[in-house]
Design a protein around this ligand. Structure first.
Ligand code: G3H
Ligand code: 13P
Ligand code: ZN
Length: 316
């Protein structure tokens, strides 16, 4: 069942974080739904601009609608990840999305406010909520690369002003994470001090943590043992998800980890079966392995086993 992101946030706030997982194809969708049913967790499906272009935006929509029928027990929202203004309007008008993210974090504060406000006005007319971003994560987002030293943590006072001026419904804050598999050199911890200050200024307001993959080192080792060359990778300590959730982080974005599962499964499969050329056997393994991974993340996020209570609260 597709619900609004606001409904998921209302149930989760301060108790657990909802996992927001990116999908690009049918195998990822199957693994995601299976893993969330196995762990009895609500979730958010994220679709990036790149995902919409990979096959066709209508393909993803059809896959999601089909998955919702295959897994009628599931409760989830559909979200545009890192949208520009034009893509936000396209998704708002599609009638399919629960929420959109407008990412104008690379623009100066006033411009970010103005762009976000325009998207909020359009989205709210259709009952869709808006995630905005303030501060700058390191790493790679689509075609924009932010060097590690240039990533800027969110300023708590600015966060309060930004939310008041834009009317956005949730805020992606930079608290030390970055996108991709190379998040930290040395220190591996979230800036809980910044998070606490933001929460004090914005009590009850849902915060979002991007760049939250944990980059499991056993996964990376297996990829490298099967011919990969992923060096010096490091992710977020997944034991920090729940403490962050208690400080208002209601949505945790995880994409890179799923790509690592895919890469490990396929590298090992074709290493061990060099004569194989049917893509379905490794695809089936990937679906099962991705489901296991998703279930394990939902446990760490605290979203596991929340489905029954959420269903009750939605019917009230
Ligand atoms: O933050 C970006 C997400 O990991 C999506 O990645 O833009 O390559 O689809 P993508
Ligand atoms: P990761 O690269 O850490 O998976 O982050 C994903 C993300 O923030 C999607 O918006
Ligand atoms: Zn992101």
């Amino acid at each position: 069942m597709i619900v609004t992101t606001a409904q998921l946030f209302k149930h989760a706030y301060g108790k657990y974080a909802v996992g927001a997982y990116n999908i690009n194809n049918a195998e990822q969708a199957m693994g995601l739904f299976k893993g969330c049913i196995q762990s009895q967790a609500p979730f958010i499906i994220q679709i990036s601009k790149g995902a919409r272009k990979y096959t066709d935006k209508r393909m993803l929509e059809a896959i999601i609608r089909a998955a919702a029928e295959i897994f009628p027990e599931s409760i989830f929202a559909v979200h545009l990840d890192h949208g520009d203004e034009e893509t936000c309007y396209d998704c708002i008008n599609s009638g399919f999305f629960s929420s959109v993210m407008i990412d104008a974090s690379h623009d100066p504060f006033d411009q970010n406010v103005a762009i976000t406000k325009r998207v909020v006005d359009a989205a709210h007319k259709k009952g869709i909520s808006v995630e905005a971003e303030l501060g700058m994560l390191g790493g790679v987002e689509e075609d924009i690369k932010v060097e590690e030293g240039h990533a800027m943590l969110t300023n708590p006072a600015e966060a309060e002003e930004f939310v008041k001026k834009t009317g956005c419904d949730s805020l992606a804050c930079a608290i030390g994470t970055s996108h991709g598999a190379f998040k930290f050199k040395g220190r591996q911890s979230l800036h809980f001090d910044v998070l606490e200050k933001i929460k004090t200024r914005l009590p009850g307001f849902p915060l979002v943590m991007h760049g939250s993959s944990s980059v499991p080192q056993d996964e990376v080792k297996r990829i490298n043992a099967a011919g990969g060359q992923i060096k010096d990778s490091m992710g977020v300590d997944p034991k920090e998800y729940l403490p962050a959730a208690k400080l208002g982080v209601t949505k945790v974005n995880i994409d890179t980890d799923g790509r690592l599962v895919w890469t490990r499964v396929h590298r090992e499969f074709f290493r061990d079966k060099p004569g194989e050329f049917d893509f379905r056997p490794p695809g089936k393994i990937f679906i099962e392995e991705y489901a296991k991974f998703i279930a394990s993340r939902n446990e760490l996020l605290g979203s596991a086993n929340q489905l029954a209570d959420l269903r009750k609260s939605l019917s009230r």
